[in-house]
Write a protein that binds this ligand. Structure first.
Ligand code: SAM
Length: 217
């Protein structure tokens, strides 16, 4: 039997209770965003019944939508504020983009694969998430204009921290990025403090590779 909106809504509430809240994410704005965004709309129809499972899923073009908990964890670490302008590198399905758009003023998002960028925009437009600017390009060099961001989230893994991205952080701006080996990385959190960039390392993660000038060849 095909799933109904009601079934998906129930699955989404269970996902938030069992995978997100139970693992310690308590921020009510983030929990509310995860409860509201229809994750099944961002995966291929053949995988929709798995959309609220505790793991990543393929979205085509050898790319993935991240595990719900990782989306929540990274969002909580970045701690978006209502007035923030955020840059996301790796739009992918557009799901994380939608979550961020509900928590800040504006999201700029870059996706390397044009077909994914287009699809993400179509889904988010149809869902009414409008405070988003999309670009299909190599995001490893940052947004191609002189804009500075309150926060940057990179959802693909880099071999080294891309300096052009750090340079696009406002004073006190923060950036999250997985950095390390091809199949295992550490989630790095950077903050722009005075003339310096201060780094903390968090969870061990496995993301698809960041391509482009500052990524994997
Ligand atoms: N956050 C996404 C979501 O919610 O579906 C998942 C992103 S997926 C793990 C990583 C994405 O980064 C892929 O879609 C990939 O094409 C993209 N990517 C890789 N290198 C990139 C680059 N240099 N610039 C922009 N996007 C890139």
């Amino acid at each position: 039997m095909p799933s109904t909106d009601e079934t998906f809504s129930q699955q989404r509430q269970n996902m938030v209770q069992q995978q997100i809240k139970a693992r310690g994410i308590k921020d009510s704005r983030i929990l509310s965003a995860l409860t509201n965004v229809a994750r099944h709309a961002y995966v291929p129809q053949s995988r929709q019944r798995l959309a609220y499972n505790d793991g990543p899923l393929p979205i085509g073009h050898q790319q993935t939508i991240s595990q719900p908990y990782i989306v929540a964890y990274m969002t909580a670490l970045l701690a978006p504020k209502a007035q923030d302008t955020i840059l996301e590198i790796g739009t992918g399905s557009g799901y994380q983009t939608a979550i961020l758009s509900l928590l800040c003023k504006h999201v700029f998002t870059i996706e390397f694969i044009p077909q994914l960028a287009l699809k993400a925009k179509q889904i988010n437009d149809a869902s009414g998430y409008k405070n988003i600017t999309y670009l299909s390009a190599d995001g490893s060099m940052g947004w191609p204009a002189q804009i500075q961001f309150d926060a940057i989230m990179v959802t693909a893994a880099a071999p080294l921290t891309p300096q052009p991205l750090l340079q696009q952080l406002k004073p006190f701006g923060r950036m999250l990025i997985p950095v390390g080996e091809r199949f295992q990385q550490l989630l790095q959190y950077w903050q722009h403090v005075g003339d310096e960039f201060v780094k903390h390392e968090y969870l061990s993660v496995m993301f698809v590779p960041l391509k482009g000038q500052q990524g994997w060849q």
